[in-house]
Write a protein that binds this ligand. Structure first.
Ligand code: FAD
Length: 462
């Protein structure tokens, strides 16, 4: 079977690599000149890597870790202790460390009990308030989707301080939205995993650039098995045979038509919506995609002439727009540069910041950063890089979850993969991986049912 996949982000790669392994002919089309989507990285004129985002991988990412292990890429990560370190003007650095010798959820609760910025009253209220999700299940968490997390938190008696000092930051880190906007389901899903699984809160970063460590090796493997990965190839339309209810080709920006037996969109939802045939509006499945809107976010890297934070782990901050950041020169061994920091920030909420000029943005971030790390005042800023992403992961607003589509569409040979599609995890690299696995299963089921024309040409797997 010939499968055409649009979008070489994590979801597109997982679909393409899995299907090529199963003996199908796969063409992976990517509009940008670099692979990896929101997890891409590329080099600037100095040879420094620019990353589209600071990417953290958790022990809970079983599907992704299994996938990478299966294809010989399991040794990609630099694992860090399971600790959330918060930086704030008032308290300096303070960590919630998961206690390694305690079983979950007590490892996390003991970590919260030792977290200095919260009073004893705050900790007790937080422990009690979180009992239901901690000892609950995904069904309970799913039912909390109609409320914002801030409202849920306060309604469960946990108080403003734990919201401001911990949970607001977690919401920003997970979806780039503040706690009073994001659905309660999102942080509660993360907590459910942390509370049930000992290795879930373990964190890792790629040893260096994801381009070198993940995407290029996968491209090589796909191509070695007869597949094709075509960069700089943008899908601009979908050719649809209404009578047969089948896609007959992806129209490309150079005027060509790419054809196959099965078509997969692994594009982000805002990109997919731009190319939907007008005839598909009649399907609620496609029409509902209008409810899924991307969250704006900015990634900034600041290169300093010395070491600033001195922390070999992620940092979270309360009360700033620097929701998560890390010194890449410390956390990723391949980025080491002789004790000089490369601070990489996820800047959110970014709605009001994204239109600022580069100089204004750097000034804004520096102002917040020196409040957290006064030593940065003395340092010389050597250079900066900025990546603006107006539509990143879909905004997990209250009530939106029900509009996430299954991977099988009402069009017989058209399937979806991507973090926004229906899967039990959050919009994340793990979520994208799960969606891709489900997409592969939906295709397999459709072929088994005879809903898709049989393979015209099969390339043998090794
Ligand atoms: C700043 C930032 C930080 C993040 N941090 C984390 C983190 O720490 N941990 C985590 O798990 N997740 C994180 N995420 C989320 C994670 O990056 C996404 O969930 C994941 O990349 C989604 O994968 P995807 O394949 O569904 O989509 P994408 O990564 O968006 O890939 C889609 C691909 O489709 C391509 N495309 C779009 N339109 C077309 C077209 N017309 N034709 C052809 N190709 C097209 C795009 O160029 C892109 O390559 C972060 C995201 C951002 C932005």
């Amino acid at each position: 079977m010939r499968v055409i996949v649009a979008g070489a982000g994590p979801a597109g790669f997982v679909v393409a690599r899995t299907l090529v392994e199963r003996g199908h002919e796969v063409v992976l089309l990517e509009k940008r000149d670099v692979p990896g989507g929101k997890v891409s990285a590329w080099q600037d004129a100095d040879g420094d890597w620019i990353e589209s985002g600071l990417h953290v991988f958790f022990g809970a990412y079983h599907h992704l870790l299994d996938f990478l292990n299966r294809y010989g890429l399991g040794d990609t990560f630099n694992w860090k202790p399971a600790e959330m370190i918060f930086a704030s003007e008032r308290h300096g650095l303070a960590g919630i460390s998961f206690v390694p010798w305690l079983p979950p959820p007590f490892n996390g609760l003991a970590g919260v009990a030792r977290f200095k910025p919260l009073s004893l009253g705050d900790k007790l209220r937080m422990g009690l308030g979180l009992l239901r999700p901690i000892f609950g299940d995904q069904r309970y968490v799913d039912q909390q989707d109609d409320e914002t997390y801030a409202s849920w938190h306060l309604r469960h008696g946990m108080g403003q301080r734990s919201l401001d000092e911990v949970m607001h930051t977690m919401c920003l880190a997970l979806n780039f939205l503040p706690a009073d906007k994001v659905s309660a389901k999102l942080p509660l899903t993360a907590m459910l995993h942390f509370a049930h699984e000992k290795q879930a809160p373990m964190m890792a970063l790629v040893k260096g650039s994801p381009d070198v460590n993940i995407w290029r090796p996968l491209m090589g493997q796909i191509e070695a098995r007869g597949g094709r990965v075509e960069l700089g190839r943008k899908v601009v339309g979908i050719e649809y045979d209404e009578a047969a209810n089948r896609v007959t080709g992806f129209q490309m920006d150079d005027g060509s038509l790419v054809t196959g037996d099965v078509y997969v969109s692994a594009m982000p939802v805002h990109s997919l919506r731009k190319v939907l045939p007008p005839a598909w509006r009649k399907f609620a499945y496609f029409d509902n995609l209008k409810h899924l809107k991307g969250a704006p976010v900015i990634t900034m890297q600041l290169f300093f002439d010395r070491q600033i934070a001195g922390v070999d782990n992620l940092l979270f901050s309360a009360g700033t727009h620097l929701s998560v950041y890390a010194d890449m020169a410390m956390v990723a061994p391949e980025y080491h540069r002789g004790g000089k920091s490369i601070m990489q920030f996820v800047v959110a909420p970014a709605e009001k910041l994204i239109t600022l000029s580069d100089d204004e943005l750097v000034q804004f971030v520096m102002q917040e950063f020196v409040r957290l790390h006064p030593v940065a005042r003395e340092a010389r800023l050597l250079k900066h890089t900025i990546v603006r992403i107006p539509n990143s992961v879909y905004q997990a607003l209250p009530g939106v979850d029900k509009y996430r589509p299954d991977q099988a569409s009402p069009v017989s040979n058209f399937f979806l993969a991507g973090d926004y599609t229906r899967q039990h995890f959050m919009a994340s690299i793990e979520g994208a991986t799960i969606s891709a696995m489900q997409c592969v299963e939906r295709i397999t089921e459709a072929v088994a049912r005879g809903a898709i024309a049989p393979a015209r040409e099969v390339i043998a797997a090794d």
